[in-house]
Every structure is written in C-alpha cells, then in structure tokens.
Design a protein around this ligand. Structure first.
Ligand code: OKP
Ligand code: ZN
Length: 352
C-alpha cells in the first residue's frame, strides 16, 4: 500500500505527561513510528515516500483552515516561541496546560496570558507542546492530505498516512490526547474536495475519536463511526457515548460503539461489522480509517484483548467495504509490537 510517511515526526517529542497524578515519560514516542516504518521496509510493503508537497505556497494552510479555527492555528504555530520568550529557561521544558475555562466561563475572549491560552485551546494535561510540535504536526497533515489526494485521483485504491503526533482527539480549536491537527478529518475533507459526495470515517483506535466526531457533528456529508473503550471508564471520558448521533443537519450521521474494558476480538469484531453495515447504509464513496492499534492485548494504557494475528482479519474486514480508503496512524503504545500490528492491518487489507 502506498505509504506517505512524515520525515519530520521526530521533531515532536514530549518528555513528560500528567498521568495519574504525576509526571511520567510520554507514551507517545518517536520509536513508535520508527517501528512501523522498519516493519513496512522489512516486509517490502512498498512504495514508501515522504509527501511531495511540502506545503509551500499556502495550499496546505488553506487545507488546514478548512478543518481548524484560524485563531487556534495561529496559536499552535507560535506557541513555542511565546513559551520561550516568557523565560529562556523554558527552552529546556515542554509547555503543558494547567488551567481551563469551566462551563459558564468566557471562551470568547482571547487572553493575553500564555497559560490561559494553552488552556483555552486544549482539554488535557497529557499533551506536551514542544519545540517541534507545530512543524511535525503540520508535516503530518501534509501526509494525510496527500494520501487522500492520491486516492481521490484514482492513482491508488488505498494509501496510508504514517505520521505522528496522532490526530483524532484534536478538534477544530483544541489539542489534547497527544493530538494537535486532526489528520483523519483533513483526509476526509480532502476526499470530499476530490469529488467524493459521502465520506465515512471509521475510528478503530482504543480511544474515542472525540475531535473527529466534534468536527463533523453537524454535517451530513461525513459519517463518523468510532469503536472504543466505554467513556464511562476510558479516556477521553466526556464524549463517545452511544446516544451521540450528531446534531442539526448531522443528526443520524455519527455512530459510537463503546465497549467495556476486557473486550476480546470476537466481540470487537461484531462491533466492526456493525460499523461497516452503517457505512454501507450511508452509501459512502470513500473511507478514512483512523488506525490505532492500542486495542492490542499488550497495550500499556488500554484495555482490549486483540492479538497480533487478529489485525490481519481487521484489514480483510475493512477491505470488504470495497471503498477507496485512506488510513491515518493514531495510537498504539506497545512499542515492540506496534509495527507488526499496524502492518498486519494494511497487509490484510491489501491481500483482499
Ligand atoms: C491517544 B490516542 C490523561 C491520561 C490518558 C491520554 C491517552 C491519549 C490516547 N492524562 N492519556 O487515542 O491513542
Ligand atoms: Zn488511542
């Protein structure tokens, strides 16, 4: 499968995240992507290339502004230099938010204070903003958009945007869950712009794709479907319940399939078949798969029980939708297995 990988991903490397009351080393590391790349090369699942379009000339910025709020984009682009300007010593420290507007507080006024804006544009303290976060996320967005364009043009049936930081928790105007720019949403929009009338986003990451759901919540041209750990107990907690079906014109165009911790592949696969049924009923002309493999039994931060060989079947099942497909890379924190598990999905898909 054509894979567009982000050669700048290593520019984003947080040191610590707030986790269960203390700062712990980040789970979302550069080695994750390196393992996937190595596995793709080892199995000869070519071709593999960086994005041809580096985003010069403003086309990439125009695409980003279709999904993200201009104030948010401006903030993320300049956040690191603001952070260092506050104190030169900050160059050695990641920026983490620590204060957020509660309901009833003002979101319409953009504070001058940097910490206040960090909170306004985020929803957790697990997502460090580092010197290279913007460049890495922006190059990743270019991978997702280019993958979608290759699929739209008919050059390939499917493409994989291999990038980090991941994207599915990022909303139009917020970062969080290790995500800054929503690659799956950008790919879906690029497929729409490339002529697809109806696009489905299928999110198979362990965590609910709250950013993607929120971005398309009121739209009927993009169906969002997510299979994930029940938000009653699992991150991101405040979205992802089964009764969220979309709002306004988007009513009926979101489907959440929450599952309890401890769910095994048989039960998970039944949810996948429900998701694929909904995508068929919707009449999608193209598909984006937000591919997280943190559903793996050995994942250190998740609670499902999928095994490495199961991912081949996941790929075959998704191929059964017979749609032009863009995969984006999301979670998966069992570093030694993330390559095998991810490439198993792609191989299962390609062999079908
Ligand atoms: C990102 B992706 C909160 C601890 C939980 C967030 C998990 C983000 C997962 N401080 N950490 O969906 O794999
Ligand atoms: Zn996840």
């Amino acid at each position: 499968m054509l894979t567009i990988h982000n050669p700048q991903h290593h520019l984003h490397q947080g040191s610590h995240e707030m986790f269960r009351g203390r700062l712990v080393p980040c789970h979302e590391t550069a080695q994750r992507l390196d393992h996937v790349l190595a596995e793709l090369q080892r199995r000869g699942v070519a071709p593999l290339r960086p994005p041809a379009d580096d985003g010069g000339g403003g086309a990439l910025d125009t695409a980003l502004a279709q999904i993200h709020d201009p104030r948010y984009l401006h903030f993320i682009e300049h956040a690191w230099s603001e952070w260092v300007a506050l104190d030169p010593g900050n160059a050695e420290r990641d920026a983490l938010p620590s204060v957020w507007p509660a309901p009833g507080m003002r979101r319409d006024v953009l504070p001058d204070n940097f910490a206040a804006r960090m909170g306004l544009f985020s929803f957790d303290a697990g997502t460090p903003l580092t010197a290279g976060s913007w460049l890495a996320a922006r190059a990743g967005a270019a991978c997702a958009i280019e993958a979608a364009r290759e699929v739209s043009s008919g050059a390939v049936r499917a493409a994989f945007a291999l990038s980090r930081p991941p994207g599915h928790h990022a909303g139009a105007d917020f970062f969080g869950g290790y995500c800054f720019l929503n690659n799956a949403a950008l790919a879906a929009q690029a497929l729409r712009d490339g002529g697809a009338k109806r696009v489905a986003v299928l999110d198979v990451d362990y965590h609910h794709g709250n950013g993607t759901q929120a971005i398309f919540d009121a739209r009927s041209d993009v169906l969002t479907v997510s299979i994930h750990g029940d938000p009653m107990t699992e991150y991101p907690f405040f979205l992802g319940h089964a009764d969220e079906r979309g709002t306004g014109a988007g009513a009926g165009f979101n489907l959440n399939l929450p599952l309890p911790r401890g769910t095994d592949f048989a039960r998970w696969r039944a949810a996948l078949h429900r998701a694929l049924d909904a995508i068929r009923t919707f009449g999608a002309d193209a598909l984006v798969v937000a591919l997280g493999v943190d559903t793996f039994e050995g994942d250190p931060i998740s609670g499902f029980l999928l095994r490495s060989s199961d991912y081949l079947q996941v790929g075959r099942d998704i191929a059964g939708a017979k749609l032009p497909t863009v995969f984006t890379f999301e979670g998966g924190y069992a570093v030694a297995e993330v390559g095998v598990n991810t490439v198993n999905v792609l191989e299962g898909f390609s062999a079908s």
